[in-house]
Design a protein around this ligand. Structure first.
Ligand SMILES: [Zn+2]
Length: 251
């Protein structure tokens, strides 16, 4: 795993200011002076104007999937999103969260309407910032415990396809070299992506039904690397200039 972390940092140095900050963050401990220097450098990148909505799936009474080691999807999703928020903010990106606590987005709804209220409220956040990228973070589950690996879904438009491909490529390159899952266009089964306009993707970060992957996802250091590769995909997409360019040929 250390190799992966170092390769991100190494590429960061070559790729410029965004990745310098991201690479530095992949090291578990930074002296305060270095952290300050990273912050100072990356304020320059804020001029880019990139804005990202990060959507931690589930929350409150909706725990989502439960891992074989007892962790709930909602807490893992929020953990990854908060780390991504930290990384992207340091890179000068404007970040909006649909939720920043355990709570779902269904306050005031009656018991039978909470799930749909929650989804509609997330969609409302997406629609409130039409120019922002929208990245929903989830964990997968399946009856076959051998199924593993990140799977990226996208809304059916060119921008979403490009962002999804950049995130897939980053994940395969720096975290899961054996992952052969292609990006998929979301159909009606994924409410948010089916209705979201603009550049919108959903990352199923791993299978909680796979004991080995569940153990990795339970490790905060692994979740940090996961957050870093997702952020790198977002930044690569932004650096390539969006959907006009084909999938970014990184490095
Ligand atoms: Zn989910």
């Amino acid at each position: 795993m250390k190799t992966v972390v170092r390769s991100i940092a190494g590429l960061a140095a070559a790729a410029g200011i965004y990745f310098a900050a991201l690479g530095a963050l992949c090291y578990a401990e930074l002296p305060d002076a270095d952290t300050a220097a990273v912050l100072e450098d990356t304020t320059v990148a804020a001029a880019d104007g990139l804005c990202v909505i990060l959507d931690a799936g589930h929350g409150g009474e909706d725990g989502g999937a439960v891992s074989v080691n007892g962790m709930t999807e909602k807490e893992l999703n929020l953990s990854v999103v908060r780390t991504m928020e930290e990384m992207l903010t340091l890179c000068g990106v404007c970040v909006i969260l649909t939720r920043s606590t355990d709570d779902g987005l269904y306050e005031g709804a009656s018991a039978g309407h909470r799930k749909m209220t929650d989804l509609k409220n997330r969609l409302a956040v997406r629609r409130a910032y039409p120019d922002a990228l929208f990245v929903s973070v989830h964990m997968n589950t399946f009856s076959d415990p051998s199924c593993r690996g990140m799977q990226i879904y996208c809304a059916d438009n060119a921008a979403s396809h490009s962002l999804a491909e950049a995130m897939r490529l980053s994940g395969c390159t720096y975290l899961q070299p054996d992952n052969t899952r292609a990006c998929k266009t979301a159909g009606g089964t994924i409410y948010l992506l089916d209705r979201a306009e603009g550049c919108s993707v959903l990352a199923e970060c791993g299978f909680l039904s796979c004991p080995e992957e569940a153990d990795r996802l339970a490790d905060p250091a692994y979740r940090k690397k996961l957050a870093a590769v997702l952020c790198r995909g977002i930044l690569e997409y932004a650096r390539a200039g969006g959907p006009e360019e084909s999938a970014p040929d990184a490095q």
